[in-house]
Design a protein around this ligand. Structure first.
Ligand code: WQD
Length: 338
């Protein structure tokens, strides 16, 4: 079974490639290296003993996508990570996001619809819920008007997949991630944020290692127990395993609908201050931080109801917040040695 992983040298993609190889799948990675490094291939090989096939393709190039599928005719499934994903950048440069995230998806689906059957896993996000009314968030929580072009591309992506499923042999699973954090326990792969990290955990580890002077906590005046915003932080290895389980569901034709949707989180919410406290406990590192104003576009609270993933997908997060933070710290120390 050959599986195509687009964006397979990225943070979540690379961890998913490892888990696919661990399950015996042949993997081909497409990545345009715009937000990843070719060295990740060696990191994957150091973990699994097998370097995946790699094609440096930009999925915005329709002809290149067509040529890829002519060259590799035996692809049984596609896990599609490749996308731009910085919320703030998407507000500044919406067309970059609409071209990259939508065109790439369309060109992939145009190739898959030519196959007698195709299995497609789509990287979606809890951002589609905006500020959900009720916690924990279930899959049938209303989809809110997107807070950013990035979030809108995820909503549009889901709608495209749903419309296409009605008239093609493509079976899909949409995985709505909450907040992926951490790194592979081997510290051979992990998160490689370009420039100043937008996300909380890489900013924490870069502060702890001395790359950043201090962490700014974006607001402590939220209506939460300690005033800071709450998220569902899931270990990236647990998230990667969810993709393998979802793919196997499709390959074994266990899906009951052409498009199924699952929230992938731990089911537990943690505030920013709780994450900081957990990091300090796990690493015995005091973290330098200051409270500043809220960040525009942030929601107060978002954590997953994972009953559907647990019962129907047969998947449940196994790793704790502390284990994720410890792995993130181990990774940060490893990459700063080089
Ligand atoms: C988490 C919490 C911040 C940085 C985004 C995207 C989502 C997904 C994950 C792509 C918030 C606070 C953060 C900092 C802080 N991305 N924070 N200081 O915004 O929940 O989700 O990343 O798929 O789609 O929306 O994640 O890590 O940026 O923020 O206080 O320097 O940490 O305010 O409460 P977010 P995040």
């Amino acid at each position: 079974m050959t599986i195509l992983v687009t964006g397979g040298l990225g943070f979540i993609g690379s961890h998913t490639v490892v888990e696919l190889q661990n399950e015996g799948f042949e993997v081909i990675v497409i990545d345009n290296l715009s937000n990843s490094s070719i060295d990740v291939l060696d990191g994957i090989a150091r973990i699994t003993g097998k370097k995946p096939l790699f094609e440096n393709i930009d999925l915005r190039e329709k002809i290149a996508v067509q040529n890829f599928f002519s060259k590799y005719q035996d692809i049984s499934g596609v896990i599609h990570f490749a996308a731009s994903k910085a919320v703030g950048e998407s507000v500044e440069n919406p067309l970059l996001y609409y071209e990259n995230n939508i065109n790439s998806l369309v060109y992939l689906l145009q190739e898959l619809q030519k196959k007698t059957e195709a299995h497609f896993i789509f990287s979606s996000s809890c951002t589609v819920y905006g500020q959900a009314e009720k916690m924990p968030i279930t899959e049938n929580a209303p989809i809110q008007v997107a807070m950013s072009p990035y979030g809108n591309t995820k909503q549009i992506g889901e709608e495209i997949i749903t419309d296409v499923a009605k008239v093609t042999n493509i079976n899909s699973i949409l995985l709505r991630y909450f907040n992926p954090i951490g790194a592979h326990p081997s510290a051979e792969i992990g998160e490689l944020p370009l420039g100043v990290p937008q996300n909380l955990v890489p900013f924490i580890t870069q502060t702890a290692i001395g790359l950043r002077e201090k962490l700014s906590v974006f607001g402590n005046d939220y209506p939460t127990p300690d005033g800071t915003a709450i998220r569902d932080y899931i270990h990236v290895v647990d998230l990667a395993k969810a993709h393998v389980v979802a793919l196997q569901r499709l390959l074994h034709k266990k899906n009951t609908e052409k498009v199924e949707t699952f929230n992938i989180g731990t089911g537990t919410g943690s505030s920013v201050l709780e994450v900081i406290a957990a990091f300090e406990k796990v690493t015995q590192q005091k973290l330098n931080y200051q409270i500043v104003a809220r960040r525009a576009g942030d929601v107060t609270e978002a954590y997953a109801n994972t009953d559907k993933a647990n019962s129907i997908l047969g998947w449940k997060a196994q790793l704790s917040l502390e284990e994720a933070l410890a792995s993130a710290w181990k990774w940060e120390k490893k990459i700063r040695q080089q």
